[in-house]
Write a protein that binds this ligand. Sequence first.
Ligand code: PLP
Length: 375
Amino acid sequence: MQFIDLKAQYRALQTEINQQIQAVLEAGQYIGGAQVKELEQKLAEYVGRKHCITCANGTDALQIAYLVYGIGEGDAVFCPDITFISSTEPSKMFGATSVFCDIQPDTYNLCPVSLEKQIQAVLAEGKLTPKAVVAVDILGNPCDFDAIIPICEKYDLILIEDAAQSFGASYKGKKCCAFGQIATTSFFPAKPLGCYGDGGAIFVDDDETAAVIRSICVHGKGPKGKYDNVRVGMNSRLDTLQAAILLPKFKALAEHEVADRQVVAKRYNDAFAPHFTTPFVQEGCESVYAQYAILAKDTATRDKVVAHLTEKKIPNMIYYPTPQHALPVFADEPHYAEKFVNADDYCARTLSLPMHPYLGEEEQQLVIDAVLEAL
Ligand SMILES: Cc1ncc(COP(=O)(O)O)c(C=O)c1O
């Protein structure tokens, strides 16, 4: 059994994917081919943004977001305590400071109450300038944007939506990647929309910002082309082959994979709700369950389930074992008043199970039986 069965998806989409790859090989334009433009147009339209700019991976996409807004020395960037390092790494890289916020106990996303407390703490101390918020749709579940956006407006903060895990998810009628001044996603193979290597994208509505992003992606190119370098940039682009692979995969995601993920999640929810905390998705929202995580009643129970699944050769993962504030790389960051009670509790009890849109009922039953047996 696979944790995320990419080969099952390939078998289902093989004809279209092979045709796409063949077309790229025949056209011979491996960088900046027609498929890149087609993908950007389709993704922008799907999420409801004016611009999609693809790039080399989701980490670059976030670094570019920080660069576009000049986030650096003396700036405070507010991030959830539960995320992958890519969301918080650019702060350190560019001389800014990550200010971690606790998570909500039900969605495990950035807690708006903690966010405002941390902003107040930074303002009271007076050393850093509150500059941006990185709202991560953790595990594919959208953040509480109705609560977060007014806080960003109140304190004049840039909102960056890190939708690396949530492409295809939606929040009250709007798709993830549509929130904030800028949103980023990842096409890492295991992501809800994944390619066969590395890839990422950035979404904005503002024309000028889009032009700056396109410049940053090509070494800060200017109006006269790539040897007219007007700013410091990067070399960050999605290869034509990856764009071509993503086209049929995107079609499958939009046509049925998001819906198929709901079916798999519901079967797990029904089986686990009496014994575990199952995922909570806000009213009017849809998660894509990039990971399906349950919380055991305590760490000992979680570890017992992990041991039993591992013995039965059922893949399982812990996303994430360590909250950001406890990572050695951030040991010297100021943590202000917040205690991260919910983030610590989440890490102590969480466990992720095999989850993908091609997970059949029989295979899923094996996971369910093994988890329940462990209790
Ligand atoms: C929340 C989050 N942000 C950013 C990234 C970075 O994406 P990539 O691996 O494409 O660099 C990831 C990837 O795991 C992620 O989970």
